[in-house]
Design a protein around this ligand. Structure first.
Ligand SMILES: [Zn+2]
Length: 376
């Protein structure tokens, strides 16, 4: 496969099975985000090289071993894992043992999930599965990082959202084309009916006008008008057939819309029977994200992280329709944020992000109070 310039290749031996891998990652500074949703989901990206823009960079956030499917975030810790204490800790030894035990199971969750890894053919499903494999491995640790689990589930939610938007816009685009085609066809049919009416009127006028004329003029005119009317009726049959084809085609995308997404949801649902922590849609991914973020608040986060996470729990609760929890955590973000800003008032650089999140928390509380909450 041709190497594109937005990607960087990292040669890493799998810390679990020792297999040499070449992981693809997005080059640092390959793009800048130019817009974010209220849960920080990137809305637009400005690529340094537009020819090598990548549809969804989230596909490359996790690295999966090609042999044992051990999955970890593709970061400095993984690339230099031999020098990192995490990979020599007893916790990692436990993870490694549990991972290999599960991997050896013929119908184990790792083998079943890995069947969906087809990055070129199906980047959407592959991106979701890579995160789920990473979540699975993180959960095998005796003390998993709930902060990371929250981050990974949130990104799964974003991938679902992006795919749904893509399906919706493709459907709208296709429907608009059908609409315009239908309108053109209708206007031709109206013009045709009008033309036929005018020809019939012409026939009456000719008969009246040529009544006193010689028979040959009248007969020739009648013959020609009858011929045109006959041709117009044939034309009507063809126009009707065209109309039927158009109607059949118009019904098709409705039936096909989201089929791939539904099939993937079915696959995830089947996996969920084996491992309950699998989300099958955006809403479930956000629910799992906020449940893990809530647990992460007790894991000794830094103060500025706590502001961000409290805000996110509030915003994700709002999105799934749990408005009481949304208000509670948006208030928590505001309180922790105000304290942090007061304590660091001499350092505007340090407080800038907290200030921004505080504004967002007020904004989202306003959205709730106006009853404009978005429920998935
Ligand atoms: Zn491996």
């Amino acid at each position: 496969m041709k190497k594109v310039s937005s990607l960087k290749y990292y040669k890493v031996k799998c810390p679990v099975c020792g297999t040499p891998n070449e992981f693809k990652g997005i080059k640092p500074k390959a793009y800048v985000e130019t817009g974010r949703d209220t849960d920080f989901c990137p809305l637009a990206r400005d690529w340094q090289d537009s020819k090598h823009r990548i549809k969804n960079p989230l596909l490359f956030l996790m690295a999966t071993c090609k042999r044992c499917f051990f999955t970890h975030e593709l970061n400095k810790d993984l690339i230099e894992w031999k020098n990192h204490p995490e990979f020599r800790s007893p916790a990692f030894v436990t993870l490694k043992r549990k991972h290999l035990e599960e991997f050896k199971q013929k119908n184990g969750i790792i083998k079943r999930m890995s069947k969906s890894l087809r990055p070129c053919k199906d980047p959407f499903s592959t991106a979701v599965i890579k995160f789920l494999l990473g979540i699975y491995d993180e959960s095998l640790k005796p003390a998993p990082s709930y902060y990371n689990l929250g981050r990974y589930y949130l990104r799964v939610g974003w991938i679902f959202r992006e795919e749904r938007k893509k399906e919706e816009s493709a459907w709208i685009k296709e429907n608009l084309t059908h609409q315009s085609l239908g309108e053109t066809l209708k206007s031709i049919q109206v013009q045709h009916a009008d033309y036929l009416k005018k020809m019939k009127k012409l026939k009456e006028e000719v008969q009246f006008e040529f009544e006193s004329e010689t028979k040959s003029i009248k007969d020739r005119s009648d013959f020609l008008i009858d011929h045109i009317i006959k041709e117009l009726n044939t034309l009507k049959g063809s126009l009707d057939q065209l109309q039927h084809i158009h109607q059949d085609y118009q019904n098709k995308p409705l039936a096909n819309m989201g089929n791939d997404l539904f099939r993937f949801e079915d696959f995830l649902f089947a996996l969920k029977m084996q491992w309950h922590e699998i989300p099958i849609n955006e809403k479930e991914a956000l629910e799992l994200s906020l449940a893990n973020y809530k647990k992460s608040l007790t894991q000794g986060l830094k103060e500025n992280q706590k502001i961000r996470i409290s805000y996110l729990i509030g915003e994700l609760s709002r999105r799934i329709g749990d408005l009481n929890s949304a208000k509670e955590y948006l208030d928590l973000a505001i309180n922790v944020g105000q304290d942090f800003i007061q304590k660091n008032e001499d350092d505007p650089l340090k407080t800038a992000l907290a200030q921004r999140i505080l504004e967002m928390a007020y904004q989202q509380k306003e959205v709730i109070s106006r009853g404009r909450e978005r429920v998935l």
